[in-house]
Design a protein around this ligand. Structure first.
Ligand code: SAH
Length: 221
């Protein structure tokens, strides 16, 4: 990829990215660091070239294997909610996908641990991360239903795939005061849920209706 392709031109230019960020602001995203990082992260390099002219639309787009790159609004929203906790040392992400959310997060927190069940998607995400010189992310090919206990506990956990119930293993890998943000539901109805680990248990808050791909079990080569 040439520096010009990385930077973007026309439909992938800085101006197009800035327009997306002002739409995010209109939709209520307030955290300036999140908006700055999204303005400076080239989303077009995470998707196929044939789709790159749509990279700065506020929609999910196909990335192969029946999966999608997350919608920019939801990436911004989830990141903003996590950063309400203050500075975050370590964050676990379930569902690397093409690595766009990973890239945004990695610029705002100490370390990101990212788990994906589809190997080729994660391999490509790793390459894109190194293209962007991102070096504070550790990737793992595994079933994220089980989290990544060896690297925990985490300040925050985020999932880009929707289980039908909150996996208890994920909540257990939070530090006290930490937050787990994830979509929960089925193909027809999901809500974004925030689970907070308190000294003596967990509290759960329903945030807004969302639509993510389902959290599946096992891994795929
Ligand atoms: N934020 C990502 C979203 C990818 S879509 C991006 O912007 O690209 C959600 C991803 O979760 C998919 O890649 C899917 O393969 C993955 N996924 C689904 N179930 C999973 C599981 N049990 N463990 C790990 N990843 C899972």
């Amino acid at each position: 990829m040439t520096p010009l392709q990385l930077q973007g031109i026309g439909m992938t230019s800085q101006r197009t990215r800035d327009r997306l960020v002002s739409r995010l602001r209109d939709q209520g995203i307030k955290n300036k660091d999140v908006l700055d990082v999204m303005a400076n992260t080239p989303r077009h390099i995470f998707i196929e070239e044939a789709l790159s002219h749509r990279a700065y639309e506020d929609t999910a787009l196909p990335i192969g294997f029946g999966q999608t790159i997350s919608q920019p609004y939801i990436v911004a929203k989830m990141t903003e909610l996590l950063l309400e906790l203050g500075s975050l040392e370590s964050v676990l992400e379930i569902g690397t996908g093409c690595g766009y959310q990973t890239a945004v997060l990695s610029q705002l927190v100490g370390r990101v641990y990212s788990v994906e069940r589809i190997a080729p998607l994660q391999e490509k995400a790793k390459k894109t991360a190194s293209l962007l010189r991102i070096n504070n992310v550790k990737f793992k090919h595994s079933d994220g239903n089980w989290g990544w206990p060896e690297e925990g506990p985490y300040d925050a956990i985020l999932s880009a795939a929707a289980p039908d119930h909150i996996p208890p293993e994920l909540a257990e890998q939070l530090k006290v005061g930490g937050r787990l943000i994830l979509p929960v539901g089925d193909d027809h109805k999901q809500d974004l849920i925030m689970v907070t680990r308190e000294e003596d248990g967990f509290t759960k808050r329903k945030l807004e209706p969302v639509m993510f791909v389902p959290m599946l079990s096992g891994t795929q080569k």
